[in-house]
Design a binder for this molecule. Structure first.
Ligand code: HEM
Length: 417
């Protein structure tokens, strides 16, 4: 199929109207037809809010893999005409984190993080994740005996906080507050956050700041066998100023908790929702459990947690025939690009046999460091659900948060079939 060439005359109102529909609970319940409309406008076209929107798989891939494009770091943010929007406390907290750093600082910080989840670490935590899978499913099964139960809050939100909480060695009593702080913090990364959402995001950023400042202080005083203590030790060798070393360990800790929760929650509830919505695929999986790892990837292709990824142009660049001026942003609409028919055969089919390439964990130098953990959680949970709860059905239409960038399923009510 030929590329859809950039349309200089893409009507701003058409794009704005598409996004207003996308940003509703109804639009979020099935964004795919809206994405098809968006792709039909061109592979790249001007955004009504400045910069450009990119909708094709090939162009998203080109930008993310290239070493030329940059992420919107603190310097870029400071230079924006609407600097206030980009410099709220929550946005600045995000701006200090790994995915918002550019080389050479990014290279140094990424190295300092270590591999996070290498084979040995994964083997070590697999046992505790498997135990947590059984525990959360015990509670969930208990609730199902009483009637329809919410898979999102009881399972999809519970497993990731236990996995990351145990890895960071945090007290279990803090999990629920961390869940709510991280959910609110991500609101600042939305396309069009409302003032009240920004206020919630800022309050959450302050809460996370305080929590992790205290944690770094504790681990500095009494180091243990945990990632925060090891980041402090690593930064002590890289940075003579102790305050700066602590600040780096702090940023990494805040970021991993924000990065790990909302995203994995979406993966876990998305995987189960999509299987229940496609009974033929669930049946296929029952007879072919070897497809379990594929389900994780196909879910991340079909409906990733993050639907838009930003990059900025360090100088004038021609992308897909369009001129992107120095400093302009491109929004990579990966949720739309992952249904690009030039990349995937029958992209609208959810197919557990597929082992698709996707941007669910990003690509290039910012590729997700937590991907092995998320994959492990998804696979262990799915295997256990197939064994323990082989017959479930969705009992009411899932409720979606009205957002664009970070997808959020508020409830997934299910009942035994
Ligand atoms: C299903 C779960 C997850 C999804 C869908 C996901 C998605 C992503 C994506 C799309 C990026 C790239 C962002 C960009 O290019 O701008 C990213 C980066 C990152 N993720 Fe994840 N993530 C998940 C879980 C985790 C977990 C569990 C952790 C840590 C424990 C984590 C840590 C990171 C880190 C540190 C980066 C930044 C890498 C860099 O900039 O060099 N993620 N993630």
């Amino acid at each position: 199929m030929e590329p859809t060439l950039p349309t200089a005359t893409v009507d701003r109102r058409t794009v704005a109207s598409l996004f207003s529909r996308l940003r509703t609970g109804k639009g979020q319940s099935n964004p795919r037809p809206l994405y098809a409309e968006l792709r039909a406008l061109g592979d790249i076209f001007p955004s009504p809010w400045g910069g450009h929107l990119v909708t094709s798989y090939a162009l998203c891939d080109e930008v993310m893999r290239s070493r030329t494009w940059r992420v919107p770091d603190t310097e870029w943010r400071a230079g924006q005409a609407n600097a206030a929007r980009w410099n709220t406390p929550a946005s600045l907290q995000t701006a200090k984190s790994l995915p918002m750093l550019n080389p050479p600082h990014h290279t140094k910080v990424r190295r300092s993080a270590g591999s996070m989840f290498d084979r040995a670490k994964l083997a070590e935590i697999e046992i505790s994740i498997a135990k947590n899978v059984e525990k959360v499913l015990d509670v969930f099964e208990g609730e199902l005996l009483k009637g329809p139960a919410d898979f999102t809050s009881l399972v999809a939100e519970e497993l990731p906080v236990r996995a990351i909480g145990e890895w960071l060695n945090l007290p279990a009593g803090d999990y629920s507050v961390l869940r709510s702080l991280t959910n609110d913090q991500t609101l600042s990364q939305e396309f069009f956050p409302s003032p009240s959402q920004l206020a919630r995001a800022d309050a959450a950023a302050r809460g996370l700041q305080e929590y992790f400042t205290a944690l770094v202080r504790e681990r500095r005083a009494m180091p243990g066998d945990d990632p925060v203590s090891s980041w402090i030790a690593t930064w002590d060798t890289l940075e003579p100023d102790r305050e700066k070393a602590d600040a780096e360990a702090h940023s990494m800790a805040v970021f991993v908790i924000v990065a790990a929760l909302e995203t994995t929650e979406h993966l876990l509830s998305g995987m189960v929702r999509l299987l229940l919505e496609h009974p033929d695929q669930l049946e296929r999986l029952r007879t072919h459990p070897e497809y379990i790892p594929h389900v994780v990837d196909e879910t991340l292709r079909y409906d990733p947690a993050i639907h838009a990824i930003s990059r900025t142009a360090p100088h004038d660049i021609t992308l897909g025939g369009a001129l992107v001026r120095e400093g302009e942003m491109v929004q990579l609409m990966v949720g739309a690009a992952q249904h690009d028919p030039r990349q995937y055969e029958n992209p609208e089919d959810f197919d557990v046999r597929r082992k698709p390439p996707h941007f669910g964990f990003g690509s290039g130098i910012h590729y997700c460091l937590g991907a092995p953990l998320a994959r492990l959680e998804g696979s262990l949970l799915l295997a256990s659900i197939l064994r323990r709860l082989p017959r479930l059905r969705i009992s009411e239409p899932p409720a979606w948060e009205p957002r664009v960038s970070f997808r959020r399923l508020n409830h997934l009510m299910v009942t035994p079939a």
